[in-house]
Write a protein that binds this ligand. Structure first.
Ligand code: PGA
Length: 255
C-alpha cells in the first residue's frame, strides 16, 4: 500500500452466497469488528440482498456494493440491472468484469468497459477486475494481457472519472483455488496494471489509483500482500463470508 497517494480498499465479494436474512446477520456481526478501520470497507452482495445490506450497514463504516451492472440505462435486457436502480438503493461500488462473469457469462473487454462507464455515469465506483489465466501466465503473456485488459476497461474514462475507479488484479488461477499469488507476483501484476494507467494518463495519475489484489486472499496472507507497495487492499471472496476472517484482513489494511 502507499497510503500517501491512494486509498486502501478492502472489498468482500460474496458471489452467489447469502440470502437477505443471512446478509443482515453477517453484516451485524461484522460491524463492530471493522469499526474504526483505516481503510475503505466494502461488501459487494447479491442484488436481492442489497436493501437488507444497506439497512444493516447504516451508521457504520461499511459501504455496500453490487456484483454487476448492465451497460444500458433501461430497456429490453431481461435479467439485467441498471445503474440508476443500484444508485437508488444506496449502492456505492460495483464489481465489473469479474473473471467468473468473463468465463461463464461471456463478458468481454468491451462489455467490461461499457459496464464501467455505466457505473461512473451513475455515480457508482467500479471495481474493475483484470487477470490472466494459468495458461496465459505460462505462455509469458501476463504483462501484455494485464496492460491490455486495463486499457480496454478504461477506454473513454476521463482522468477525472479515474478518481472513482478501483482496479482489482485477480489472477484467474488464484480465485477460489486456495492458491494465492505470492506477494511478489501480486505486486508485479498490480504494477503492470499501474504502468498501463501511467501510459495513458501519466505517472502522477497512476500513483493515485487504488489497485487491489484478489485471489485466495485470507486472514493469514493479507499482511504480507498489503505490505507490497502496489497492493492497495484486496477483493476477497471466500474469506469475506466469515466475519472474523474478513475483519483480520481489514485490520491488515488499516496498518
Ligand atoms: P477468493 O475470490 O478470495 O474466494 O479466491 C476472490 C474473488 O473472486 O474476487
Amino acid at each position: 500500500m502507499n497510503k500517501a497517494t491512494r486509498k486502501a480498499v478492502i472489498a468482500g465479494n460474496w458471489k452467489m452466497n447469502k440470502t437477505p436474512a443471512e446478509a443482515k446477520a453477517l453484516i451485524e456481526e461484522m460491524k463492530p469488528l471493522v469499526a474504526g478501520a483505516d481503510c475503505e470497507v466494502v461488501l459487494c452482495v447479491p442484488f436481492v440482498d442489497i436493501p437488507a445490506a444497506v439497512e444493516a450497514a447504516k451508521g457504520s463504516n461499511i459501504k455496500i456494493g453490487a456484483e454487476n451492472i448492465h451497460f444500458k440505462a433501461s430497456g429490453a435486457y431481461t435479467g439485467e440491472i441498471a445503474g440508476n436502480m443500484l444508485k437508488e438503493l444506496g449502492v456505492e461500488y460495483v464489481v465489473v468484469g469479474h473473471s467468473e462473469r468473463r468465463q461463464y457469462f461471456g463478458e468481454t473487454d468491451q462489455t467490461v468497459n461499457l459496464r464501467s462507464l455505466a457505473a461512473l455515469e451513475n455515480g457508482l465506483k467500479p471495481i474493475i477486475c483484470v487477470g490472466e489465466t494459468l495458461e496465459q501466465r505460462e505462455l509469458g503473456y501476463t504483462e501484455t494481457l494485464l496492460k491490455f485488459q486495463t486499457k480496454m476497461a478504461l477506454t473513454n474514462v476521463s482522468a477525472e472519472q479515474l478518481k472513482d475507479v478501483v482496479i482489482a488484479y485477480e489472477p484467474v488461477w488464484a480465485i477460489g483455488t486456495g492458491v494465492t499469488a505470492t506477494a511478489d507476483q501480486a505486486d508485479e501484476g498490480n504494477g503492470f496494471s499501474r504502468e498501463a494507467i501511467a501510459e495513458v494518463y501519466g505517472k502522477d495519475v497512476a500513483e493515485t489509483v487504488t489497485i487491489q489484489y484478489g485471489g485466495s486472499m485470507n486472514a493469514k496472507n493479507a499482511d504480507e500482500l498489503v505490505a507490497k507497495v502496489n497492493v492497495d487492499g484486496g477483493l476477497i471472496g471466500g474469506a469475506s463470508l466469515k466475519a472474523e476472517d474478513f475483519s483480520i484482513i481489514v485490520k491488515a489494511a488499516s496498518k
